[in-house]
Ligand binder design. Structure first.
Ligand SMILES: C=C(O[C@@H]1C=C(C(=O)O)C=C[C@H]1O)C(=O)O
Ligand SMILES: [Mg+2]
Length: 475
């Protein structure tokens, strides 16, 4: 469409400290608003941007802000970080139904936007499941184009402001709104003083251990009868704190700087956040190029009281873990075959080392067919893999709804960012929802024939270990 705007206005060439950068952007916006005396109505996106000096810490900047929503994304490699505040535009879907419908809606919006900016967000694991009211602020699917964003990559750091022209509101009015947000933004980042997490006053489990064993045994019966091959069962751990606090503290206090996990944060309303330290990529797409992986099978370094190399060796030889892993690998291959022209799935399984865990891991590269080079198709094909759902998929999803005594919400759902040309989604495991004073931690384990329920309980304990460590170190 010819009347759609997609403009990037560079308000400075040279990298700036934050304070002058804000000033330059402000001037640039007012120039845009008044220069052409914009009472008109337009459609599209104008991005005002200034390069920042490398000293900026996006997480500390975010922590200084009290403009909501607040979002944060760091990829697994740690070289692609985006922190955002406010909402220039959003894509929201909140009706129950198959996930495919939400994914199609997401795609329609992204395709209609005609610009290449990233929208950050996520969606629930299974939109057929009735959700606990605590998930309400997150909707079925929610993606946000932040009003103000700090981006830190290996190439550049930038401050950007998004002026989304909605085709309804006069341009100068939208400019005034963006200026007001900039005014409210805290331009001086003060590294948080000793802001510790408050005390935990109680911890409880859903299911408790006894129920867990019963539930696992029901799943194991299904395997015995040959109805199912694999199923992931999850647990919810509820922590009550003495006072309400900003859940962003979990990211600030994360004590493993070098860990190869994503860091994800989505806070649609003050103190109501979903966050994740997941090691698992659902996929990365650049046009028709796709990167995905199978990640399943776990060994805890601690539990073995061995060093990392022994833990890797142990895992690479564990028949049960190899079977858990195989289901994921085979399913990814099966799902990609109809939508890809080439699929390069590594033969050999690797060990992926995290802080205290090792996982089995296989990488996969593929080329999407032209008609399948879109995120609705890839999301519908890949999510949920048997790393978080099961085999067969529909049977496992029904069993999860029937057996798990809580709603998964966004746990294990696709979380990340999407733009017209590219996207990256992680799997929202090792995650939590915070509700001011209460935090719910989520993690699960893959059951296959021969799994031992008590060992799987422990495996989940190990998986939430890093999140619990955040709390423990500050006590
Ligand atoms: C389901 C989770 O993790 C998944 C289950 C694993 C396993 O059972 O070995 C390993 C990695 C993930 O595939 C989770 O952490 O919540
Ligand atoms: Mg396992």
């Amino acid at each position: 469409m010819s009347n759609m705007t997609d403009i990037i206005i560079n308000a400075a060439e040279e990298p700036q400290p934050l304070l002058p950068a804000v000033d330059m952007i402000r001037k640039s916006i007012s120039g845009y608003a008044t220069g052409s005396d914009r009472h008109d109505i337009a459609t599209g996106l104008v991005t005002f941007t200034v390069p920042l000096l490398p000293s900026i810490d996006a997480l500390q900047w975010l922590n200084s802000q009290s403009i909501y929503p607040r979002t944060y994304w760091m990829n697994r490699e740690g070289d692609d970080i985006a922190a955002g505040i406010g909402q220039a535009d959003s894509i929201v879907y909140d009706h129950q139904g198959p996930n495919r419908r939400s994914f199609e809606l997401l795609q329609q919006h992204i395709t209609a936007r005609q610009h290449n900016a990233r929208y950050f967000g996520g969606c629930c694991f299974d939109n057929v499941q009735q959700r606990d009211p605590g998930w309400k602020p997150f909707k079925s699917l929610y993606f946000i184009l932040p009003e103000i964003q700090i981006t830190v990559t290996d190439r550049e750091n930038t401050l950007s402001c998004h002026l989304f022209l909605d085709g309804r509101t006069p341009v100068n009015q939208l400019c005034a709104r963006l200026m007001a947000t900039l005014e409210a933004m805290q331009p001086v980042v003060t590294p948080s003083p000793d802001c510790n997490l408050p005390d935990v006053t109680s911890t409880s489990f859903k299911p408790d251990m006894k129920q867990w064993i019963e539930i696992c045994n029901k799943a194991l019966e299904k395997f015995q009868k040959g109805f199912m091959g694999k199923m992931i069962l999850a647990r919810q751990t509820t922590l009550k704190f003495s006072v309400p606090f900003s859940p962003l503290l979990f990211l600030i206090k994360y004590p493993f700087p070098d860990s190869s996990t994503y860091r994800y944060y989505f806070e649609p309303e003050k103190n109501k956040a979903f966050f994740s330290f997941t090691p698992e990529r659902l996929y990365r797409r650049d046009h028709d190029r796709l990167l995905t992986e199978a990640l399943a099978g776990t060994c805890s370094k601690q539990a073995l009281e061995e060093d990392s190399i022994d833990a890797c060796r142990h895992l690479l030889n564990s028949e049960k873990d190899i079977r858990e892993h195989r289901f994921v690998k085979d399913t990814i291959l099966k799902e990609l075959s109809p939508i890809c022209s080439t699929i390069d799935m590594e033969e050999e399984v690797r060990a992926l080392q995290l802080n205290s865990l090792v996982h089995l891991y296989t990488r996969c590269k593929a080329t999407l067919n032209p008609e399948s080079s879109n995120d609705a198709t890839v999301l519908s094909s890949l999510h949920p893999t048997p790393a978080v759902g099961g085999v067969p998929r529909d049977e496992a999803l029904q069993q999860i709804i029937d057996l798990e005594p809580f709603s998964r919400g966004w746990y294990a759902g696709p979380i990340g960012w999407i733009s017209r040309q590219s996207s990256e989604f992680a799997v929202g495991i090792r995650s939590a929802r915070s509700d001011g004073q209460t935090v719910f931690l989520y993690s699960g384990a893959g059951l296959v024939k021969g799994s031992n329920p008590a060992s799987e309980w422990q495996e989940v304990d190990h998986k939430i270990g890093d999140m619990l460590a955040i709390i423990r170190q500050t006590l």
